[in-house]
Design a protein around this ligand. Structure first.
Ligand code: MIG
Length: 815
């Protein structure tokens, strides 16, 4: 038998300090008595059930299931009995499979689709995945193994795979460390980690999905296990990757590539994507702990409008509540919430409120009483209620894994929605408890009828909370798209919500961490993500704040937030000069909104990640693996945020091909690093040659977008390049009934001419009549411009050709 990792020798992760100053409980794996590890033995028989194949060594059973042409799921039942096939993460377990085949060979069995072959070795039960050419993409280093768990029942389950010499690893959600996870061991256990540090682990989210990239070829592994899971990417032994769990089933999906983009897309095909967010959710959001009383909120709103700094949402943190009781208002601070929210809405601001999971133990509080009467709160192993202290004092906690509890919870938002609240922010849902950090393991959960202790439900608690919130808002919202934001998450949570990276710090290091975390979240299936702009705790100086706003423009979710004990921190807090720069960049966000919205459509509809590390853009170049600061937002805009103080220029790597500097329109040739000017009022932003980028005029909030003319900037390339522009009503689900407009513009450039062909799909009718086209970088002298075969007028302004054309043009030729 192959040599294996001795998991008993694994050192505990360093203990982390929690917000409350308490420590995590020790890792129980380490305190176990010596228990025999068992390994799969020789395969002695198999059986087929539809697209599943069951192999056994006489005792244990392994199921190999063909999920799609590119996805194969492997499950292990140590004693032959599989656990219930239930997953919170997976929304689409049975996909289309063109063909699959089974074969018995002398030394192995193979299960194949037309793209991937899973090989099960008879002698040692090692499993491998090969591509069509027979090349091994991923293989077991030792057979799957397990240890019985005498304390809780079930098994600790382990899978150990070969890590190839040059293999790099991506994914795993919010880990605040280098993009390439090679050499790291990481844990998934949702944790409230105030002021977390570089390399600290675990943080708030558990996304047990990684991508391996070796020699330019990528694949993914999604270990769908909600217990505390561990991943080791060659930390313990250089040439081994292991993942293991403290319970549940060893169940993983092998996701074939070889393109990283396709791996992420296919991961999304199993776990879902975020629906199209309301357009206002993509604007600039202003948050702080907390804006109160009402007069403060009005003053904030007035400042935005009088200073002409665009903003779409204002957040109310916990102080809006009465003694931190969820679903109540502090009437002293907010005497008439409905009136205030209406007045903000009239001025173009949406109001988002925080809701925590802890419900105050208070017999005079209707939420507590209803929860208690209906048995919606979590209980301990011995049937006591799970009680713990959080902001309201002594609290009980809804069991969001109970479908009845979720339904009740969703309905609790009626009052807030009736008052005009537009979005909900779910915090503290790791769940966080003052003192010991989180719930004890013995807390019981309904787990949608499949039952489990907190060991099993911990990592999905926040996901099910925000799911309940989302589902409630969807019902109450009269057809409008909900907007939610969560701190804790598990794989699949992207179906319900956006996320933010939690309590970061106002330091340059944290700005850099944010750049890493958002890229990582994006390739891990959680594209709708953002950081607290400016840093939650601590004081940013003006320069740091401005650089963070700049990164925020290219963060899928753009919200400034700060802790209560910090100085006020709005875009105007650092003097006029910086205010002007902050305004310029928030304006840029609004100008780019039609592009940004189209990128969100590509995410929702096709499962493309929003932020893409350069490695993903050029995965065949190993030299890209260490690059961490350049990334693209969608496939047309590449940025490299400034993450160091005092910097006025930056060496930026541009992938192969031609790019335009967004600020100067200078044409640049990629495939190399170039030095880019980056004074404080600029950050490196590049547009891919051949792109057609739609732009809104500057507006103070998205309700003002109903313009007569839409600007399209066309960046010449000597090539054929497709661009997509997506439009719809912006806040309803009518797009699901085809009320949207997807425009495809094909640019074809050669030495002496440029043509654009437009085609459209969908039933939505845009309000504007005209496009104002700006052509950048035309390398030839312009003689004429024809639109649908008719000559039209044109003018040239500073090397830019400007033409107005009807929005429904089919063909334009510039020559
Ligand atoms: O224990 O609601 O991460 O964004 O402002 C702190 C107060 C609770 C933590 C969140 C932060 C929020 C704060 N919350």
């Amino acid at each position: 038998m192959a040599e294996i990792i001795d998991h008993d020798k694994i050192e505990p992760m360093p203990m982390q300090t929690l917000a409350s100053g308490m420590q995590h409980v020790n890792n129980p794996v380490l305190d176990l008595p010596q228990i025999e590890k068992k390994y799969l033995q020789k395969v002695n028989s198999y059986q087929q059930r539809d697209n599943s194949y069951l192999f056994t060594d006489g005792l244990a059973t392994v199921e190999v299931k063909v999920v799609s042409d590119e996805i194969i799921r492997v499950r292990l039942a140590p004693n032959g009995q599989f656990l219930a096939d239930f997953s919170y993460a997976v929304s689409n377990p049975d996909q289309h499979v063109a063909v699959y085949a089974f074969q018995e060979e002398e030394d192995c069995y193979t299960v194949s689709t037309n793209t991937v072959t899973c090989v099960i070795n008879k002698a040692d039960f090692l499993i491998a995945f090969r591509d069509r050419e027979g090349k091994v993409i991923n293989q077991d280093q030792s057979p799957m193994h397990w240890e019985e768990n005498p304390d809780f029942g079930g098994y600790y389950v382990y899978c150990t795979k070969v890590a190839e010499e040059q293999e790099a690893f991506y994914g795993l959600g919010d880990k605040p460390t280098h993009l390439n996870l090679r050499g790291k061991r990481l844990t998934n256990w949702n944790s409230d980690t105030y002021s977390f540090a570089f390399d600290q682990d675990p943080l708030y989210r558990s996304i047990p999905f990684y991508i391996g990239l070796n020699g330019g070829e990528a694949y993914g592994i999604f270990f769908d296990n909600t217990f505390k899971t561990y991943f080791d990417f060659g930390a313990e032994v250089h040439d081994r990757t292991s993942f293991w769990s403290e319970g549940g089933e060893l169940q993983y999906y092998y996701i074939h590539g070889p393109q990283m983009m396709d791996v992420v897309k296919r991961y999304h095909s199993i776990t879902g994507t975020h629906y199209l967010p309301p357009l206002w959710a993509l604007g600039y959001h202003q948050c702080r702990w907390s804006y109160y009383p009402e007069s403060k909120v009005y003053e904030l709103a007035k400042n935005f409008r009088s200073r002409q700094i665009p903003c779409d949402a204002i957040y109310l943190d916990i102080d809006y509540m009465d003694g931190y009781r969820c679903f109540t208002w502090n009437k002293h601070y907010f005497p008439d919430p409905k009136k205030m929210i209406k007045s903000l809405a009239d001025d173009g601001f949406k109001t988002v409120v925080i809701i925590d999971p802890g419900i105050k133990v208070d017999e005079n509080y209707w939420v507590f009483k209803e929860g208690k009467e209906n048995n919606y709160f979590c209980r301990r192993g011995d049937d006591y209620f799970m009680e713990g202290h959080v902001w309201p004092g002594r609290c009980q906690f809804p069991d969001f894994t109970n479908p009845d509890t979720r339904k009740w919870w969703g309905g609790l938002f009626k009052g807030l929605i009736d008052a005009g609240v537009a979005g909900v922010w779910n915090d503290m849902n790791e769940p966080a408890v003052f003192g010991r950090g989180t719930f004890p393991d013995d807390v019981r959960h309904n787990y949608d009828g499949y039952r489990g202790s907190h060991r099993k439900a911990h990592n999905v608690y926040g996901m099910q909370m925000v799911r309940a919130t989302y589902e409630g808002l969807k019902k109450l919202n009269h057809g409008k798209r909900p907007f939610t934001i969560t701190r804790a998450a598990y794989a699949g949570t992207q179906r319900y919500t956006s996320v933010w990276t939690g309590d970061n710090v106002a330091t340059w290091e944290h700005l850099r961490l944010g750049v890493l975390q958002l890229q990582r979240l994006s390739v891990s299936g959680m594209s709708f993500c953002g950081t607290d702009i400016g840093g939650f705790s601590g004081e940013p100086d003006g320069e740091l704040f401005t650089r963070w706003i700049q990164f925020g423009v290219f963060s899928p979710f753009m919200r400034a937030h700060s802790a209560g004990d910090t100085r006020e921190r709005e875009p105007w807090s650092y003097g006029e000069e910086l205010e002007a720069i902050n305004r310029k960049f928030i304006e840029l966000r609004y100008k780019l909104l039609p592009y940004i919205y189209s990128v969100f459509w590509e995410q929702a509809r096709y499962g493309f990640p929003i932020l893409r590390p350069v490695t993903m853009l050029e995965q065949d170049l190993d030299s890209n693996i260490p690059r961490e600061e350049e990334f693209s937002f969608g496939d047309k805009i590449l940025v490299s945020p400034i993450v160091n103080p005092g910097q006025t220029s930056k060496m930026v790597y541009l992938p192969h091909g031609n790019w335009y500097n967004y600020w100067t329109n200078a044409l640049l040739t990629g495939g190399t690093e170039i030095e880019v000017a980056a004074p404080l009022d600029q950050m490196p932003v590049f547009i891919k040659a051949g792109a057609v980028v739609p732009e809104f005029p500057i507006m103070q909030h998205v309700d003002l977008r109903l313009v007569n003319v839409l600007k399209l900037t066309i960046y010449y390339a000597e090539a054929e390049v497709n661009s997509f522009i997506y439009e719809d009503q912006g806040d309803t689900f009518a797009y699901e009934q085809d009320v949207y407009l997807e425009k495809k513009i094909v640019l074809i450039g050669d030495k002496n001419s440029l043509s654009l062909n437009q085609s459209t799909d969908g039933l939505f009718i845009e309000r504007y009549d005209t496009y104002k086209l700006h052509f950048i970088g035309l390398p030839f002298n312009i003689n004429r411009v024809r639109v649908d075969n008719k000559m039209v007028e044109w003018k040239a302004e500073d090397d830019i050709l400007v033409v107005e054309v009807p929005k429904d043009f089919r063909n334009i030729v510039v020559e």
